[in-house]
Design a protein around this ligand. Structure first.
Ligand SMILES: Cc1cc2nc3c(=O)[nH]c(=O)nc-3n(C[C@H](O)[C@H](O)[C@H](O)COP(=O)(O)OP(=O)(O)OC[C@H]3O[C@@H](n4cnc5c(N)ncnc54)[C@H](O)[C@@H]3O)c2cc1C
Length: 478
C-alpha cells in the first residue's frame, strides 16, 4: 500500500456488533417519526381549512358568487399552508432531516411546488370570479378593481408573479439551462413571495381579523416557520463556523483530478458528522468564499483532546471544485451541517452492502470506517472505468481487511446498448448484485454514484427482494 495515500485521521475503533439485528429498534423509531411528520403535515392542511369552517365559511356556498369566493379562500389557505410546509422541508430541521434525510425532504419540497402554485393561482382566479359575480363585473375588471381599491392587494399580485418565477425556474428542464447560482438567486425570491403575500392575508377579509383566534393560529404558524428558517439556515451555520474554527491543514492528490482536503478545528466531537454524512462548505479564500459546496466526509472525523480533523475528497467536476486544488493550508472554512442520512442512523438491518462508483466511493469509505458490523456481514463493491478511477482504493482495502468485509473491484466499460451497472464481462456472465452478496435481501444497501448507474443498482437490488426502507442512495446532483 502506498503510505502517502493513507488517511491521516485516527478515529475511534468502530463497534463490532453481535448477532441479531441491533438496528431494528432504531429503524422502528425512525419510521414512527416519518409517520408522525406525515400526520402533522396533513393535519396542518386540515387545520387551515378548519379555520375557515369554524368561521362559518361554508355558508358562502348558498349562492354561485359565494361558492366561487369560498372555493377561492379554501384554495388560498391550502396553497399557503403547502408553501409553509415547503419552507419547513427546506429549513434543515433536525427532526425532518433525521427522519426523512435531507434529499428526501427536498424531494417532497419539490413535489409540493406545482400543487401549491396551482392552488394560489386558483385562489386569485376563483376570488375574481366570485367577487365579480357579486358586483356584476367580469373577472378581469374585478381583478383590476381589487388591485386599485383594496389596500395590500398589489403586494399579493407581486407575490403571485414571484411564485410563478420560482416554480417555473425550478422545473428540471428549465433549471438545467441555468448555472446553479442563477437558479439559487431566483429561488431566494420565495422568501420575498411569502413576505409580500402576508399583508393581504391579515388585512383583507374577516377570517384573520384582529381579535380572532384564527389570526393568532395563522400568525403562530407563519412566525414559527420564519423562526425555524432563521435558526437552522442562518444562525446555526454562523455559530458552527465560529465555534469550530475550521482551517485547511493539507490538500493532497487522491487520483487524477481528485484532491483530499483535510481540515482541523475545535470541538469537532460536537458535530454528529459520522461517516457518510455531508456538510455544505465555503472555503473563505478570495473568489471562493461565496460558493457553497455540498461535499461528503471521506473519513470518519478524527478526534483528539479539544480538537479534531475532518476530510473530504473532491473530484474536479466544474469551476468551483477544480479550484479546491489551489487552496492553501490555513484557509478558513465555513460550514453548514452535518446533513443527510447516508450513515449508521439509517441502518435497519445487520448485514450491509456498500456500493460506490467514481467520486461516489468517498462517502462509502467513510461509512465503512465507522458503521458497526461483524466480520463477514459487510460487502463493499467499488465501480470505475479502470483501476485509477477507484478512488481511495488502498484505504478501503486496508479497512476491509481490518474489519472483515468482502471487497470487489469492478472495472471496465458497460456493454453497449444495455442498461446495467456492471462492466461488460460481468454483465455477459449473468452476474447480479445478489451474486456479490449472499445476504442481500436482508441487508442495508448504500449506493453512491452517477444517477443512471445508481438507478440500475437500485433496480437490481429491488429485483433481489430488497425493500425500499433498506435502500439508501446519496445523490450528488441538485
Ligand atoms: C449531498 C452531496 C454530497 C456531495 N459530495 C461530494 C463529494 O464528496 N465529492 C465530490 O467531488 N462531489 C460531491 N458532491 C458534488 C459536488 O457538490 C459538486 O460536484 C460540486 O459542488 C460542483 O461544483 P463546481 O463549482 O465545481 O461545479 P459547477 O457546475 O461550476 O457549479 C457551480 C455552482 O453550483 C453549485 N453546485 C454544483 N453542484 C451542486 C450540487 N450538487 N449541490 C449543490 N450545489 C451545487 C456549486 O456550489 C457551485 O457554486 C456532492 C453533492 C451533494 C448534493
Amino acid at each position: 500500500m502506498n503510505p502517502s495515500n493513507q488517511t491521516a485521521l485516527h478515529p475511534a475503533a468502530p463497534r463490532v456488533i453481535a448477532a441479531g439485528n441491533p438496528f431494528k429498534e432504531q429503524h422502528r423509531k425512525r419510521m414512527r417519526r416519518v409517520d408522525l411528520l406525515t400526520v402533522v403535515a396533513w393535519a396542518s392542511v386540515a387545520g387551515a381549512l378548519a379555520l375557515w369552517l369554524a368561521d362559518g365559511g361554508a355558508d358562502g356556498f348558498s349562492s354561485p358568487a359565494g361558492a366561487f369566493a369560498a372555493a377561492g379562500i379554501v384554495a388560498g389557505l391550502a396553497g399557503m399552508d403547502l408553501v409553509l410546509l415547503m419552507l419547513l422541508l427546506a429549513a434543515r430541521l433536525p427532526i425532518i432531516d433525521g427522519a426523512l434525510g435531507h434529499d428526501r425532504a427536498l424531494e417532497f419540497h419539490r413535489k409540493l411546488g406545482k400543487p401549491s402554485l396551482y392552488l394560489l393561482l386558483a385562489h386569485g382566479v376563483l376570488l375574481a370570479v366570485g367577487y365579480g359575480l357579486a358586483e356584476g363585473l367580469d373577472p378581469v375588471s374585478e381583478a383590476v378593481a381589487l388591485w386599485v381599491q383594496v389596500p395590500d392587494m398589489w403586494l399579493a399580485y407581486v407575490s403571485t408573479v414571484l411564485f410563478v418565477a420560482v416554480v417555473v425556474t425550478s422545473l428540471v428542464a428549465v433549471r438545467r439551462r441555468f448555472p446553479y447560482e442563477f437558479w439559487y438567486a431566483i429561488h431566494l425570491l420565495t422568501y420575498a413571495a411569502v413576505l409580500t403575500s402576508l399583508p393581504h392575508q391579515f388585512s383583507v377579509g374577516g377570517l384573520f381579523a384582529e381579535g380572532t383566534w384564527q389570526r393568532w393560529y395563522w400568525l403562530a404558524v407563519c412566525i414559527g416557520t420564519g423562526a425555524a428558517l432563521a435558526h437552522y439556515r442562518v444562525l446555526e451555520p454562523i455559530v458552527a463556523t465560529v465555534r469550530h474554527q475550521l482551517r485547511i491543514t493539507r490538500v493532497t492528490a487522491a487520483g487524477h483530478g481528485v484532491v483530499s482536503v483535510e481540515m482541523a478545528g475545535r470541538h469537532l466531537d460536537e458535530l454528529s458528522g459520522s461517516g457518510g454524512r455531508f456538510f455544505i462548505w465555503r472555503f473563505l479564500a478570495p473568489g471562493q468564499w461565496w460558493h457553497p459546496h455540498p461535499f461528503s466526509l471521506s473519513a470518519e472525523p478524527g478526534l483528539f483532546d479539544g480538537g479534531g480533523r475532518l476530510r473530504i475528497t473532491v473530484r474536479n467536476l466544474g469551476r468551483g471544485s477544480a479550484s479546491l486544488a489551489r487552496l492553501k493550508p490555513g484557509t478558513r472554512v465555513a460550514i453548514e451541517g452535518p446533513y443527510g442520512l447516508f450513515s449508521t442512523a439509517s441502518r435497519s438491518r445487520r448485514h450491509l452492502v456498500l456500493i460506490g462508483a467514481g467520486i461516489g466511493i468517498t462517502p462509502i469509505r467513510a461509512l465503512l470506517e465507522s458503521t458497526p458490523f461483524a466480520p463477514g456481514d459487510a460487502t463493499v463493491i467499488l465501480r470505475g472505468h479502470n483501476q485509477s478511477g477507484l478512488y481511495l482504493a488502498d484505504e478501503i482495502l486496508e479497512l476491509c481487511q481490518r474489519r472483515g468485509a468482502t471487497l470487489f473491484h469492478l472495472t471496465g466499460r458497460r456493454p453497449p446498448g444495455r442498461q446495467t451497472w456492471l462492466p461488460e464481462s460481468e454483465a455477459r456472465s449473468g452476474y447480479r448484485l445478489a451474486s456479490y452478496s449472499p445476504n442481500l435481501a436482508d441487508a442495508d444497501v448504500f449506493v453512491c454514484g452517477p444517477a443512471g448507474w445508481a438507478q440500475s443498482v437500485l433496480d437490481d437490488a429491488r429485483r433481489a427482494g430488497v425493500r425500499k426502507e433498506q435502500l439508501h442512495y446519496e445523490r450528488f446532483d441538485w
